[in-house]
Design a protein around this ligand. Structure first.
Ligand code: NA7
Length: 534
């Protein structure tokens, strides 16, 4: 076992957008810091999710760092929603620009993080036994980073290759001439299916729950728009900071009620927002996210579109979602539904004929066997808590984080957990995170953590820890806000329902501006709800 005897100020786990900025910020404050990363380079989500068609559902001009004016001016995106290789290239550019890699340890998967109460320090150990000690630990481990590979029968018996969209091979996969099965119809499936279908000899899609998707309306980035945005980037960033979800200020939500609109007005608003594309569809009316009655109008509009697009009525019927729009994250596609018009593409409805598992030559349902040359699991992630749970994190008295969270994640502001002093989570459960543009949410958390450490040092404190009452009250508030929306009405990863046995808790906090104000107020009040000790 290697003992890195030098005690660092900060250990950061993860070299995605959160870990990269945390390191940069720590250095600016004169802190000694190191990033530990399981992958062989920076990028996090964009390092692992290399499946065909992978791209972010927030526009690239907005899904980018804003902490450095020169950086946001010099980087040029090629598309409205740039593809994964370009987002990864951006991460690499940032790493080079700020010389981040010299304080990063790659191919280093963290196995444990234990708090030493006597030394008031975190001991972080990698799977290969190397160890680092630091006063503060920042888990920048990502919200969608722990792949969910369902425990299907016969997986060992299957003789062909099995892929997961979230662990796509670096060298890519050539499906030319192959018979391919895709299991799952979430965002990753919806993005990859049209491209896999273009290559494959045949494609069979196994769908458990039909999903809402709106065309992304992706296109080359408009140079006039880019020029206008860059002429006053700070203004767009500031306006986005006032948006509930932290992006999209260029397309304000129509605050009218769908329940009060005339049929013509409804149609016009939905059609206009359909043409805007992707997540912006949710801006057609102010109340579609709040009540199932209002939401039903949006759902009916999307069902109409699917029926128009898919020629075979039987297939179209299977593709019609029966959940509230946006309750599972709305998908943004480029030709998803149209792909089912291709003669070599088949849809299998697992509600009609449940998945039995894999067998030597393919995929098996209760009713039929499908011989395939490759299986793609597009089955998502153990969201928000999965990456934390796989690390043996222990706080005061050796308590494990998984024990503290046995009834579901509890956190004060999604930043700290009672019993885990000096440990921070970036975009942890209970923060706006996945309901927002992740980049500004990450930057806001990193700033808060950086400021917190600076204030502790300036005021002579050694530790900071969330207080139980503040945590309880915050968790209650997060739930209350979530309960007033359509989010709890379906089995999404937002509530942990995609993972068997995971407690059903609505994990993210809805409301980016209110959240930022709360964090500012907490700091201004001397870290209200946190206990600081010398
Ligand atoms: P998602 O959105 O969680 O989608 C996973 C899909 O896989 C979804 O259709 C699931 O059906 C399906 N699934 C999961 N487990 C199974 C099993 N056991 N059998 C059959 N089908 C299964 O993950 P994505 O990677 O697509 O997207 C995650 C986020 O990344 C997305 O929201 C964007 O924010 C970006 P279910 O709906 O659970 O019935």
């Amino acid at each position: 076992m290697t003992d890195n005897t030098q005690k660092l100020d900060l250990i950061i786990v993860g070299a995605g957008f959160a870990g990269m900025y945390m390191l940069h910020r720590a250095r600016q404050q004169g802190l000694t810091a190191k990033v530990l990363e399981a992958g062989s380079d920076v990028g996090g989500t964009w390092y692992w999710n290399r499946y065909p068609g992978a791209r972010c559902d927030v526009e690239s001009l907005e899904y980018s760092y804003q902490f450095d004016e020169a950086l946001q001016q010099e980087w040029q995106w090629s598309q409205r929603y740039s593809p994964q290789p370009e987002i990864l290239a951006y991460c690499q550019h940032v790493a080079e620009r700020f010389d981040l890699r010299r304080d990063m340890e790659f191919n280093t998967r963290v196995a444990s993080a234990h708090f030493d109460e006597g030394a008031r320090c975190w001991a972080i150990t990698a799977e290969d036994g190397r160890r680092w000690d630091a006063q503060f630990a920042v888990m920048a481990t990502g919200c969608l980073s722990m792949p969910n590979v369902p425990d299907v029968a016969g997986a060992d018996a299957y003789t062909g290759p099995i892929y997961h969209t979230g662990r796509w091979p670096k060298e890519g996969v050539d499906f030319t001439g192959k018979r391919v099965a895709v299991i799952g119809t979430g965002s990753s499936a919806i993005q990859s299916i049209p491209l896999i279908a273009k290559q494959a000899k045949s494609l069979t899609v196994f769908q458990r729950t039909p999903n809402h998707s709106v065309p992304a309306q992706n296109r080359p980035l408009d140079p006039t728009l880019e020029k206008a945005v860059k002429a006053n980037y700070a203004d767009l960033r500031a306006r986005n900071a006032q948006e509930l979800v932290g992006f999209g200020a260029r397309h304000p939500t129509n605050q009218g009620s769908v329940l009060e609109a005339s049929p013509e007005e409804r149609q016009a608003q939905f059609e206009y927002h359909w043409q805007l594309g992707g997540l912006l569809f949710m801006r057609a009316f102010g109340d579609t996210g709040l009540s199932t009655e209002a939401n039903e109008y949006a759902a009916e509009f999307i069902r109409g579109k699917i029926k128009e697009k898919v020629k075979d009525p039987k297939t179209a019927r299977k593709l019609l979602p029966d959940t509230a729009v946006g309750c599972k994250r709305l998908c943004a596609d480029s030709g998803y539904f149209e792909t089912f018009n291709e003669p070599h593409v088949t849809l299998v409805d697992l509600r009609e004929t449940p998945l039995k598992g894999l067998y030597a030559d393919g995929v098996e349902t209760d009713e039929a066997r499908y011989e395939v040359d490759a299986v793609v699991f597009a089955t998502g992630f153990d969201a928000m808590t999965g990456a934390l749970a796989r690390i043996d994190i222990r706080g005061r008295s050796g308590q494990a984080l998984t024990e503290a969270w046995v009834e579901g994640p509890k956190s004060y502001l999604g930043l700290q957990v009672v019993g885990f002093p000096n440990l921070f989570t970036v975009t942890g459960p209970g923060s706006p995170s996945v309901l927002t543009n992740m980049l500004p949410s990450i930057e806001q958390h990193v700033r808060f953590i950086g400021d917190t450490i600076a204030d502790l040092q300036a005021e002579g404190y050694a530790t900071i820890e969330a207080e139980p009452e503040a945590q309880e009250a915050w968790v209650g508030h997060v739930n209350e806000v979530g309960d007033a929306t359509i989010y709890p009405t379906c089995n999404s990863w937002y509530v942990g329902a995609n993972i068997p046995g995971k407690p059903r808790v609505f994990m993210p906090y809805l409301g980016f501006p209110a959240y930022c104000e709360k964090c500012d107020a907490v700091r201004a009040a001397g870290y209200e709800g946190f206990h600081r000790a010398a």
